[in-house]
Design a protein around this ligand. Structure first.
Ligand code: SDX
Length: 427
């Protein structure tokens, strides 16, 4: 007899099955709870609630383990490239050389964007935050690609994946170019995906952009570290929007909006702004540590803490080393990096952070590398979105192919109970 969970409600005993994943994670299957007991559960922020079974990403917050389709993040960061890792999470296995070459070439077929999209981008003020523009343009792709996707057609699904990866990269670069008032670029099919990202963003008509392999490698590694992270806020958003059978572009657009928040992907921008503020304030680390601990102060140590990792975020460890390597290779002395290291050291020795298992997360060091690569602060979260796109696509695809039901949580009502209507003159 497999393990079950017993619940006693109103003197009656109810039994629910326990399910166990391939990494021995256990869950109580409450899919029949309301039908059999009339009760629901409540769990703000879903801290104890699983929304699905998934074969894409496994993470162990206690041990600081992160794997994409069973491959450790360390092994992928050391040996794979971003498109290879994207193929892995989306299709389930590392591609052969032929599959990878085909994938890269098929993405190249979809990097052109309807020129009328420029009318939309021109409607935004230069000052608009790039994430808001990117979310709008991603949703607008539906208008120019209205044909709905037959999820059961392997070819249509593969083409939609390549189209999403091709167009999103170019749109993200157009968002930047519009933001800085420079002409929009087009993908160069003679170059790689990450090389194109840099070219699309930084090449100007008056001179060729010189590709620096150190920068390409650093950016490629950063993007790999952001590819997926199981059911985080933005991925859960992509899944729940997609569960209504809204299209892939519309679902990804919603994910971009969720990622924008400073408690999620927006933290990489907030980290740099925090470090800059500490520097401008004279570098008094202890003052900001006290603010972060003060319950009456809304200030939080951005880039610290994580819903799942109660140990070091394995990505932060890799990025911290990459930050040293990139700044060393580029000969950059960034005082903000020194402040970050001091802040990390002080926080990790402080009882408040230790007792709450607050460690640096993926966002703590990534902004320092983006800045060294010449990427402006308000584009950091766009870089996160470019990295996370393959994860969003893979999770959306898994949800649809598994035929998951529309996401529709319940609630506990705490409002007014039944009351009579009062005529306007009598109120
Ligand atoms: C990402 O989910 C993912 O996987 C996300 C992500 C991904 O790849 O998709 O990993 C990317 O979003 C990383 C997180 C980036 N966000 C930040 O760096 C923002 C700063 N961090 C916090 O806002 C916070 O740690 C969260 C939002 C990340 C997690 O919040 P939780 O899990 O809801 O934790 P909590 O708010 O319940 O905090 C528990 C305690 C509280 O204190 P007490 O009430 O117990 O006294 O820890 C404190 C919090 O006040 N705390 C912090 C803190 N984070 C938590 N105190 C100071 N500074 C912080 N950063």
């Amino acid at each position: 007899m497999s393990e079950t969970a017993k619940l006693i409600l109103g003197g009656e005993e109810f039994e629910f099955p326990i399910i166990e994943g391939s990494e021995n994670e256990k869950a109580i299957d409450i899919s029949k709870l309301r039908g059999s007991t009339g009760y629901i559960t409540i769990d703000p922020g879903f801290k104890n609630t699983g929304s699905c079974g998934s074969e894409i990403t496994y993470l162990d917050g206690e041990k600081g383990i992160l794997r994409y389709r069973g491959h450790s993040i360390e092994s992928l960061a050391d040996n794979a490239d971003f498109l290879e890792t994207s193929y892995l999470v989306i299709f389930g296995n590392l591609p052969s050389k032929a599959e990878l070459t085909k994938f890269e070439n098929d993405i190249r077929k979809h990097t052109m964007i309807d020129e009328e999209m420029k009318n939309i981008i021109d409607g935004f003020p230069k000052s608009a935050h790039p994430m808001g523009v990117l979310s709008s343009l991603t949703s607008a792709l539906t208008a120019f690609n209205p044909k709905s996707l037959d999820i059961n057609s392997e070819d249509q699904l593969y083409n939609a994946v390549c189209k999403m990866l091709g167009k999103f990269l170019v749109l993200a670069s157009w968002v930047y170019k519009k933001h800085v008032g420079l002409p929009l670029n087009y993908y160069d099919n003679s170059k790689g995906y990450v090389e194109n990202l840099l070219r699309l963003m930084f090449e100007i008509p008056t001179e060729e952009y010189k590709i620096n392999p150190e920068i390409v490698n650093a950016l490629d590694k950063l993007l790999i570290l952001h590819v997926d992270h199981e059911q985080n806020c933005s991925t859960s958003t992509v899944r729940i929007v997609g569960s209504s059978h809204a299209g892939l572009f519309a679902s990804i657009s919603a994910g971009v909006s969720a990622l924008w928040g400073p408690l999620h992907g927006g933290a990489n921008q907030a980290v740099i702004e925090m470090l800059e503020a500490i520097k401008a304030d004279g570098g008094d680390i202890d003052k900001f540590i006290l603010k972060a601990k003060d319950k009456n102060d809304s200030f939080r140590l951005m880039g610290f803490g994580h819903r799942v990792y109660k140990n070091f975020d394995p990505r932060a460890r890799i990025i911290k080393k990459a930050a040293d390597d990139v700044l060393g290779a580029l000969g950059i002395e960034d005082p903000v990096l020194d402040i970050a290291k001091k802040l990390e050291k002080v926080a990790l020795e402080d009882e408040y952070f230790k007792s709450r298992n607050l460690y640096p997360n993926v966002d703590f060091y990534s902004g320092i590398i983006y800045r060294a690569l010449g990427i402006p602060t308000d584009m950091f979260t766009v870089m996160f979105a470019i990295g996370r796109l393959p994860g969003w696509i893979s999770q959306w695809k898994e949800m649809r192919l598994n035929g998951e039901p529309i996401g529709r949580p319940r609630q506990v009502y705490n409002g007014e109970t039944d009351r009579p209507f009062v005529e306007l003159d009598n109120r």
